[in-house]
Each structure stands twice: as C-alpha cells, then as structure tokens.
Design a protein around this ligand. Structure first.
Ligand code: NAI
Length: 205
C-alpha cells in the first residue's frame, strides 16, 4: 500500500500536542479533549482533530482522548519512542549550553559527542564530555551510527560543517547558524534563529 503523505505543517504540530499531553500527564491527568488541548495551545479543536485523524482514531466522541495512550501513539508516530543519539558541532556558547541542557533526555534525545575545530578547545571538557577534533568527526559519527546533529558554529563555517555531517551519514540537522543550508533531499534541516522570530513579532509592534 502506498504510504500517505502527511503535510510537514501537520507533522510540525505533533510535537506541540505531545508536549502539552506530557505536561497534562505530569499533572496527573488521564483524559483530555481536543477543546482543552486547543485552548492550551492556541490551536482550534477542529484543527487538532483533523491533524490526529490523519494517523488514525485516537479518541471517542464524548469521552475524549486517553492521555497516556495518545502520548504513546504520538511518540511512535514521531519516532521518539526510542532514544536518538545526537552529535553537536561547535563548542561555543550555544554548544556548551546544549551539552548542559537536561531537557532532551526525557523527550527522545541523548547528546553523545561534541566537536570543535579550535585546538585550544579540543581535549577540554564540557560537563562529562571531552571536546573532540572536527577532523575526527566523520569517522566518530559513522562508527557510532549517529543520525541527528546540531550545528552551533559561526554562519561562515556552517555549510562546510553540514557537508561533513552529510558525508558522515547524518540525516537530520538542527542548525543554529543564521543561514540556510544546502543539503541533499534525504536530509532534513530545521533552523533555529531567534532574530527571525523576533522580526516576525516586531512587524506587529
Ligand atoms: P561561539 O563563537 O561562542 O562558538 C562557535 C564555536 O564554533 C567555537 O567554539 C568555534 O571554535 C567553533 N567553530 C568554528 N568553526 C568551526 C568548524 N568549522 N568546525 C567546528 N567548530 C567550529 O558562537 P555561539 O554564540 O555559540 O553561536 C553559534 C552559532 O549559533 C552561530 O552561528 C550564532 O550566530 C548562532 N546563534 C547564537 C546565539 C547566541 O545567543 N549565542 C543565538 C542564536 C544563534
């Protein structure tokens, strides 16, 4: 059977649903509704029902969604019902903050290694990790079978780093550098640029 193509904008909302549902589960809640989820997220209940219906039947009319079940289902759909190992490139302010952040572990991600090209940084430690030389990056990532990476180097070096990561077998890149990366079609890129988000708000001020 041909696999149904889900629009990326729908996929992009699923992690928001998952995060809100996990928060509800932490609050000790067992059931919720598309209305309540919608109010928490500022998304219409109809949109939420429509998005979820693309993947199956998760709730019953009148009884709502079982939170634990929907969390499990969304984790499976997003492939975070397993842990993904992460490699980080760039051990500066952002890279260091990422290495120290505790919030990835319980959401499907496990930071495994960090690389930098600065000889003064290579061999030094961030938390429990020793910063490795980017010259060894391709081999180390391949050997560990890592598929997901974060780029936290200056924009002028980001494309070069991305090319190396692609060669190493990376299939998903979270890019903090403020430029668009060119990668092959089978590699996903997400950009994080706070200035873009700020500019999107200043339009309204
Ligand atoms: P930083 O200057 O503190 O660190 C960059 C690190 O990348 C340095 O350790 C440097 O040695 C390393 N590096 C340079 N070229 C490299 C290469 N080819 N291979 C491996 N490592 C290399 O920079 P920061 O502040 O951590 O920012 C990182 C990226 O994130 C930049 O592109 C920046 O524009 C962006 N960014 C930073 C924000 C911030 O608040 N610091 C906010 C949003 C984006």
């Amino acid at each position: 059977m041909e696999e149904k193509v889900i629009p990326d904008i729908v996929v992009g909302r699923l992690p928001l649903y998952l995060r809100a549902l996990q928060r509800m589960a932490e609050e000790g809640r067992q059931v919720t509704s598309s209305q309540e989820l919608g109010e928490r997220l500022g998304i219409s209940a109809a949109q939420i029902r429509k998005d979820l219906s693309q993947f199956g039947e998760f709730g019953k009319q009148g009884t709502g969604y079982n939170i634990e079940y929907l969390v499990e289902q969304l984790q499976q759909i997003l492939h975070v019902d397993r842990d993904w190992d992460l490699a980080v490139v760039g051990a500066g302010d952002i890279g260091s903050a990422v290495m120290r952040y505790k919030g990835f572990a319980d959401r499907g991600f496990c930071v495994k290694m960090i690389f930098d090209s600065d000889p003064d940084k290579v061999g030094t430690q961030i938390g429990n990790f020793i910063i490795q030389d980017t010259a060894l990056m391709e081999g180390a990532i391949k050997a560990a079978g890592i598929k997901v990476a974060m780029i936290a180097v200056p924009a002028s070096h980001a494309q070069d780093v991305a090319d190396k990561l692609v060669k190493a077998g990376i299939k998903a890149i979270l890019n903090y550098a403020p430029l668009s990366l060119n990668v092959p079609p089978d590699v996903r890129v997400q950009h994080i640029d706070p200035a873009i988000h700020l500019q999107r708000m200043t339009y309204y001020l």
